[in-house]
Ligand binder design. Structure first.
Ligand code: MN
Length: 244
C-alpha cells in the first residue's frame, strides 16, 4: 500500500516551499495538502479550541489541497481526521531555518510534533530564506534523499531536518540549546513611540554535534526528537531522595 503523506507548513498554503515539498512527496507516496490560509510562523503548537475552523478546497497545481483558518497543528489534526490512514506528516519546506531554540517556537516543527502526538510520524523540513522562489525546487534532490533516509528508520516518530542552500553532506545532530537566539530590539515608530522587534539572531557560536553546527559546516542536519520532556537524570535523583 502506498504511503499516505499529509503536507502542511506554517508559512501558509501559497508558500513556494510547501509546493516544492508536495512535489517531492508525490514521488514517495500519496499526497494531500492541508495548510493554514495565512502565515502562522512562530505560532508553536497552538490549537484553535474557542471557535470552529473551516476546511476549504483550493487549486494548487494538481494536488488535493485544503486551506484552514487555523494553526499548523489544527491543519494536522483536521487533515488526519478527514483522511483515513495517514502515515506521516511532512511540514515545510519552511522559509527559514528551525535550529536550536527556535524549535520551541516553530510552527513548522510543531505541526510535525502534532503528528507524533496523534501517533503518526512527523517530519519538519526547513531551509534558509531564499530570494528566488525556485530555490526550494533546486533543493529537491537533497530533500528527497534525506526524507527517504528518515522514512527508512522505523523508530523515529519526530524528526527535524534543516538544509543549507548548497549541502555538502548530511549528519545526525542534537538540538542546540545553550545559546538562545531571541533578542528584543527597541525602535521608535514615526510618532516617536517606542516599539519592540523580536529578532532571531544567534547570540553565541554553536556547540559541536548540534543542528546549528551542522549548518555552519554546510551539512544537512537531521535531529531525532522525542515528545517526553522529562529530565530523566533529575527524576532518578529526586525519586531516590524520596526513599530516605
Ligand atoms: Mn515559517
Amino acid at each position: 500500500m502506498k504511503l499516505r503523506i499529509l503536507i502542511t507548513n506554517d508559512d501558509g498554503i501559497y508558500s513556494p516551499g510547501l509546493l516544492a515539498l508536495a512535489k517531492i512527496a508525490a514521488g514517495i507516496g500519496e499526497v494531500r495538502i492541508v495548510a493554514p490560509d495565512i502565515e502562522q510562523s512562530s505560532m508553536g503548537q497552538a490549537i484553535t479550541s474557542s471557535r470552529p475552523v473551516n476546511f476549504r478546497r483550493v487549486v494548487l497545481s494538481s494536488f488535493e489541497a485544503y486551506r484552514v483558518n487555523g494553526t499548523p497543528s489544527d491543519c494536522v489534526a483536521l487533515g488526519a481526521s478527514q483522511w483515513d490512514g495517514v502515515d506521516v506528516v511532512f511540514s515545510g519546506i519552511n522559509m527559514g531555518l528551525n535550529l536550536g531554540n527556535s524549535c520551541w517556537h516553530s510552527g513548522t516543527l510543531a505541526a510535525a510534533r502534532q503528528a507524533a502526538l496523534l501517533g503518526l510520524r512527523g517530519v519538519a523540513v526547513s531551509a534558509p530564506v531564499m530570494k528566488e522562489e525556485t530555490g526550494y525546487d533546486l533543493l529537491a534532490p537533497h530533500v528527497e534523499e534525506v526524507l527517504k533516509k528518515v522514512l527508512a528508520e522505523k523508530n523515529l516518530p519526530l524528526v527535524n531536518i534543516n538544509l543549507p542552500v548548497k549541502p555538502h553532506g548530511m549528519e545526525w545532530t542534537r538540538m542546540s540549546v545553550r545559546h538562545y537566539d531571541g533578542k528584543v530590539v527597541p525602535q521608535t515608530d514615526p510618532m516617536g513611540r517606542i516599539h519592540y522587534w523580536y529578532t532571531v539572531v544567534p547570540i553565541e557560536g554553536a556547540e559541536p554535534g548540534t543542528d546549528r553546527k551542522a549548518m555552519e559546516s554546510g551539512n544537512i542536519s537531521i535531529t531525532p526528537l522525542r515528545l517526553d520532556l522529562t529530565d530523566e537524570h533529575e527524576l532518578v535523583r529526586l525519586q531516590g531522595m524520596n526513599r530516605h
